[in-house]
Design a protein around this ligand. Structure first.
Ligand code: GDP
Ligand code: IMO
Ligand code: MG
Length: 424
C-alpha cells in the first residue's frame, strides 16, 4: 500500500477514525498532522468503543507506529489521560507512539481565552469545542508559541512561559475583566508532564522520511474536515488548522512527492457541530429522526450535531481542493428507514445555479439547495458485506453520488463496528 492521506470532505465527524482503523491493517505508520483534542475519532472493536482525541486511530492495531506530527497542537494533560486510558484497556503504547518535538503545546490560558472570546462575541460565536485550539494556533502564527522541544529545555521553557503568562494576563485583566493565571502552578504542572512525555519525543520529519526510504507505508489521519479548514472552509466558521490534504505535508515534514493517494471520507448524509451555514440542513422532525438513528452527538463535547441531506456541491469542491482520488461513504445504514433520500446537486443564488460554493460567507444564508430525489431502500443494511448485496435503491444512490462527484467509492460503511464495512 502506498502513502495515503485520509481527510474529511464535509464538516468533520465523517467516520475518519473508522476508515483509518480499516486501512491501518496494511500500513506501518499512522500520523496525525493537524488539529488537537477538538477531534474525537471513534473506533468500535470487539464490542468496545474507543474515542481518540490526539493519538492516531491506528494505535488499536498491534505493532503500528503512531505519530503526533508537528502540525498538531497538544494539550499534554489530555494526551497523558489518553495514554493512561488506553494502557488500562490493554493497548500497547510505549513502543508505538512518537510525539513531534516541533508540535505546539496548549496551556490553560489558551483554553480560558477560547471560552472568553466565544462568550464575548455572543451571537456571532463560532461554537468552538473550547479546547484552546484557536488561541494556541494564534500563538504559533504570532511566533510566541511554546513547542515540545522548548518544554524539554527547562531554562528556555521558564523564559517563554513567563513571557506568555505576562502577556495573557494583560488580556485577561484589561480586556476580558477575568482573573489572571498563575505562572507557578502552570510551570509546576508542565514540569510533571515533561517527565512523562519526554520518552515519546521524536523528530517527525526524520522518522517518517527514513521510514519512506525503507518502503514503509504511512497513513496520514486528518482531523476535522475540508469545510472546517482555515483556508478552504466556511471561514470564519472553521477551525484554525489546515484540515485538507496539503496539511499532511506541512504538519509532518513529508514532501508532496511522497504522497500517493488521498481518500475523502463522507457520510451518506451531512452533519455539522457548532455555528455556521449549512444549506442542506434538515427541518426539525427529520433532524430528530436522523440524529437519533445516527447517534449524532459530538464525540468530544457531546453537543447534538446538526444533520442534513448529502451535499454534492460541498463534496465536489472538497474533491478539488484535496485532490481526492477515492471516497469512503459511511453511515449508509442511518438512511435505512427513509422513504425518500435527497442529494443536493446545485446551489441557487441570486437567480443563478452554482455548482461550486461562494467564498463570501454572507452569501451562504441566501443559498437555496437544489435537490434530486431518490426512492429509499427501507431495508436494514447493517449486515451487508458487499456492494452487490446492498438493496438496488441503495446501490443506485451510491452510483449517483459517484457520478456527481466523478470519483470512485472504494469503501462503504454500514455500522459503527469494525466488521460493518467493506471495500468496493
Ligand atoms: P470522525 O471524527 O470522523 O472519526 O467521526 P466520529 O467518530 O466523530 O463520528 C462518527 C460516528 O459514527 C462514531 O460514533 C462512529 O462509531 C459512528 N460510525 C462510523 N461509521 C458508521 C456507520 O457506517 N454506521 C453507523 N451507524 N455509525 C457509524
Ligand atoms: P473530528 O476530527 C466536528 C468544529 C467546532 C466548531 C469549529 C471550531 O472529530 O472530525 P475549534 O474548537 O476547532 O476551534 O472549533 O470546528 N470542530 C469539529 N466539528 N468534528 C471535529 O473533529 C471538529 N473539531 C472542531 O464544533 O464549529
Ligand atoms: Mg469526530
Amino acid at each position: 500500500m502506498p502513502s495515503i492521506v485520509v481527510v474529511g470532505a464535509q464538516w468533520g465527524d465523517e467516520g475518519k477514525g473508522k476508515v483509518i482503523d480499516m486501512l491501518t491493517e496494511r500500513a506501518d505508520f499512522v500520523v496525525r498532522f493537524q488539529g488537537g483534542n477538538n477531534a474525537g475519532h471513534t473506533v468500535v472493536v470487539g464490542g468496545q468503543e474507543f474515542i481518540m482525541h490526539l493519538i492516531p486511530s491506528g494505535i488499536l492495531h498491534r505493532g503500528k507506529f503512531c505519530v503526533i506530527g508537528n502540525g498538531v497542537v497538544v494539550d499534554p494533560l489530555v494526551l497523558l489521560e489518553e495514554i493512561e486510558g488506553l494502557k488500562k484497556r490493554g493497548i500497547d503504547i510505549d513502543s508505538n507512539l512518537g510525539i513531534s518535538d516541533q508540535a505546539h503545546l496548549i496551556f490553560p490560558y489558551h483554553k480560558a481565552l477560547d471560552k472568553l472570546k466565544e462568550a464575548k462575541v455572543g451571537p456571532g460565536k463560532i461554537g468552538t469545542t473550547g479546547r484552546g485550539i484557536g488561541p494556541c494556533y494564534t500563538d504559533k502564527a504570532s511566533r510566541v508559541g511554546i513547542r515540545v522541544a522548548d518544554l524539554l529545555d527547562d531554562e528556555l521553557f521558564r523564559r517563554k512561559l513567563k513571557m506568555n503568562v505576562e502577556e495573557k494576563n494583560l488580556l485577561f485583566t484589561r480586556v476580558y475583566e477575568a482573573p489572571p493565571v498563575e505562572f507557578d502552578s502552570i510551570y509546576r504542572d508542565y514540569c510533571l508532564y515533561r517527565e512523562k512525555i519526554s520518552p515519546y519525543v521524536i523528530s517527525a520529519p526524520l522518522l517518517l522520511n527514513r521510514a519512506l526510504e525503507q518502503n514503509k507505508t504511512i497513513l496520514f489521519e486528518g482531523a476535522q474536515g475540508t469545510w472546517l479548514d482555515i483556508d478552504h472552509g466556511t471561514y470564519p466558521y472553521v477551525t484554525s488548522s489546515s484540515a485538507t490534504a496539503g496539511g499532511a505535508c506541512v504538519g509532518t515534514g513529508v514532501g508532496p512527492t511522497r504522497i500517493d493517494q488521498v481518500v475523502g471520507v463522507v457520510k451518506a448524509y451531512t452533519t455539522r457541530v457548532g455555528e455556521g451555514p449549512f444549506p442542506t440542513e434538515f427541518p426539525p422532525p427529520l433532524m430528530e429522526q436522523i440524529r437519533a438513528k445516527g447517534k449524532e452527538f459530538g464525540a468530544t463535547t457531546g453537543r447534538p450535531r446538526r444533520c442534513g441531506w448529502f451535499d454534492a456541491v460541498l463534496v465536489r469542491h472538497a474533491i478539488l481542493v484535496n485532490g481526492i482520488s477515492e471516497i469512503a461513504v459511511t453511515k449508509l445504514d442511518v438512511l435505512d428507514n427513509s422513504p425518500r433520500v435527497r442529494i443536493c446537486t446545485g446551489y441557487r443564488l441570486s437567480g443563478k445555479t452554482l455548482d461550486h460554493p461562494p467564498a463570501a460567507i454572507d452569501r451562504w444564508p441566501e443559498i437555496e439547495a437544489v435537490y434530486e430525489d431518490h426512492p429509499g431502500w427501507l431495508t436494514d443494511t447493517s449486515e451487508v458485506t458487499s456492494f452487490e448485496d446492498l438493496p438496488p435503491q441503495a446501490r443506485r444512490y451510491l452510483k449517483r453520488i459517484e457520478e456527481l462527484l466523478r470519483v470512485r467509492i472504494s469503501i462503504v460503511s454500514v455500522g459503527s463496528k469494525r466488521e460493518q464495512a467493506f471495500h468496493v
